[in-house]
Design a protein. Structure first.
Length: 302
């Protein structure tokens, strides 16, 4: 039994896991149970009001721990860096498009948006990086599932919104994209584009089944990215991005911390090998903090 949120994207991800397991295990029965989370139930409040830790996963995790479900599938970028006792990150998928996508009403790119234009996003990271490039734009909160956010582009008279390209691609909505933002400048969220499969630590049967969905390259990348995120305090409440990828045998890790009100990004890039992924994450975090990220995070978290 798969525990899933009820959004279109969450259900797509669960259906992907179901189909993948059935393809690899003839005769297996897999069902999906839809679970309503705090984040889904409260779309009126901002993240700063309801918090972010587990807001989209708490009830799904509870169903797992109560053995009502066997595993769950999430967008990895939405997961805390620590799991409830008894649960673990059992497998991670191959990575889809890591980039942020700008969707504008007139098809404009970021640099073409009108002076003082209105852009919707609830991500502090995206807010900070947009302000770095276009300090004149007005950034407005944007909550809801992918389809809800696309509707709000029109209903709330926004000039543009920013979403993850991976989710749009999975739902066949990539035709709406006006611009894919350069990930070296708009460094994505840690784990963006990767799906996470979470199960109980003591459920050997499920963990063995899910092992067929594990992607080693994604695991290495997210180990570095989430290692840095954990060092910085974790969660969606900090304006931080990290992107790890292989260029030949070398693992390249980019990171950024920027102020959500005035930009002024602090950036770092380090190189290493797959075996050093976790240490690279810690090193990246240290570099960012020492270069000015500490004062930015102190102000944001105050």
């Amino acid at each position: 039994m798969i525990g899933s949120r009820g959004s279109q994207l969450a259900l797509w991800q669960s259906e992907w896991a179901k189909a993948s397991l059935l393809e690899a295990n003839a005769g297996l029965t897999v069902e999906i149970e839809v679970i309503r989370t705090t984040g889904d139930a409260n779309l009126a409040s901002s993240f700063s009001e309801i918090g972010t830790k587990g807001v989209f996963t708490r009830e799904v995790d509870e169903a797992l721990l109560e053995k009502r479900t066997d595993f769950s599938v999430h967008s990895l970028k939405d997961l805390p860096t620590t799991f409830p006792e008894g649960l673990c990150l059992t497998a991670v998928s191959a990575r889809a498009d890591v980039r942020d996508a700008l969707i504008s009403r007139e098809g404009d790119k970021l640099e073409q948006l009108k002076q003082g234009g209105r852009v919707g996003t609830s991500s502090l990271r995206r807010q900070a990086l947009i302000r770095t490039e276009r300090p004149d734009l007005e950034i407005l909160p944007l909550r809801g599932n992918v389809d809800t956010r696309l509707r709000k582009l029109e209903s709330e008279q926004l000039d543009a919104i920013v979403l993850a390209a991976a989710g749009l691609n999975r739902l066949g909505l990539d035709g709406n994209v006006s611009e894919l933002l350069n990930p070296e400048r708009f460094v994505p969220a840690a784990g963006q584009g990767v799906m996470a499969l979470v199960s109980r630590e003591d459920d050997d049967r499920t963990r063995n089944l899910l092992s067929s969905l594990e992607n080693a390259e994604s695991r290495t990348a997210i180990t570095a990215e989430r290692g840095a995120l954990a060092e910085l305090g974790g969660g969606c409440r900090i304006p931080f991005g990290a992107w790890a990828r292989f260029e030949g045998p070398r693992l390249i890790l980019d990171g950024v911390v920027a102020h959500p009100e005035n930009g002024n990004p602090v950036r770092s890039r380090i190189e290493g090998t797959a075996e050093n992924a976790e240490a690279m994450g810690k090193e990246l975090a240290g570099n960012l903090l020492a270069a000015g990220g500490a004062s930015i995070l102190k102000e944001v978290l105050a």
